[in-house]
Design a protein around this ligand. Sequence first.
Ligand SMILES: Cc1cc2nc3c(=O)[nH]c(=O)nc-3n(C[C@H](O)[C@H](O)[C@H](O)COP(=O)(O)O)c2cc1C
Length: 379
Amino acid sequence: MNTEICEMLGIEFPIFAFTHCRDVAAAVSRAGGMGVLGALAFSPEQLEIELAWIDEHCGGKPYGVDVVMPVKSADRDAGLHDERDLSKQLYGMIDQAHWDYADKILSDHGVPPLPEDEGSGGADPIESGVLGWTEATGTPLIDVALAHPITLLASALGPPPKEAIDRAHAQGVKVAALIGRVEQAVRDVQQGVDIIVASGYEAGGHTGDVASMVLVPDVVDAVAPVPVLAAGGIGTGRQMAAAMALGAQGVWTGSIWLTVTEANTSEIVVEKLLRSRSSDTVRSRAMTGKPARQLRTAWTEAWDAPESPGTLPMPLQFILNSKAMRRIQRSGNRELAGMPVGQIVSRMNQVRPSKDVIYEMVEEYIETMTRLGSTLQST
Ligand SMILES: Cc1cc2nc3c(=O)[nH]c(=O)nc-3n(C[C@H](O)[C@H](O)[C@H](O)COP(=O)(O)O)c2cc1C
């Protein structure tokens, strides 16, 4: 295909695949799209291993890395910048009522506590659920990413720091930022971002409250000539054609990669995803403290219930959540097992290899464009 973004990044199809799984990222890039590995859940050491693996398995094709850089979070508000003490300090900011409520949800569903040696989460930021989305833990991930031959550095919830953008540019790496509102897109372009990913309300993971149909053309007009990718609710060629008709230069997808052959999604979750409908997702703060679309589960329902003490700000809610998820996974409980996923889940009905997802999307895109073109021919 021939779009500015294909040329800019050296890819065959303007299809971007966000994934936490290195096998999926490499498979998408090999198939002509752009695999983008989510770095959030990796320590810098583990990210190094994942990227070295992708370097070996992507066939020399372009790939990207995604970090999460929240403009607003509890650690930033409290002025915490020191990675060594971060986990301990953040744990100290969670009140007992919230721990007790999380415990109650789990014990109401028969989920046992973790064994003693796994219980505390410890001082390690990843183990304890702090993840890469504090300033202190996110920056080393960018350092690791930029030490590999990546083509794209993407960031969600805020642009990468200016210094990281300049470093990326000096290496010829393009920078993308996910946004949910026009003002955020304008801010990020002013910061030096090269590509805007306009993520609509339908999307899996963190989303704003504006639907793609409205958001994408508004963002395209606001930041022109900066290229825009459409995200949220895209999993077929018809949806891709719609996104391009709205002015996007390509599509940024996430959910559909959760059920591909190469994905490392757990069996229980894959089974739930395959039979879920769009209305089985909910935009909830239960996972991270910021609104994120995910499967509706007993866990999300409990945090929305009248007796809930309310969710905590990011990243405190995620610390609670990740400890609970470790217990849930261990127990194999179905009602509580969840996953960020978008409304496109209704179309995730079979397990397919990543390359089939790409080829089927491109084929249907071509058919759609041909069909639409034929409506203009005189009879
Ligand atoms: C399981 C899952 C985890 C996600 N985690 C992140 C993340 O860490 N960083 C990020 O930029 N986007 C993340 N997203 C959002 C995706 O990048 C993408 O914008 C979104 O999935 C697009 O909408 P779709 O799910 O309808 O395809 C996640 C999405 C899913 C489904």
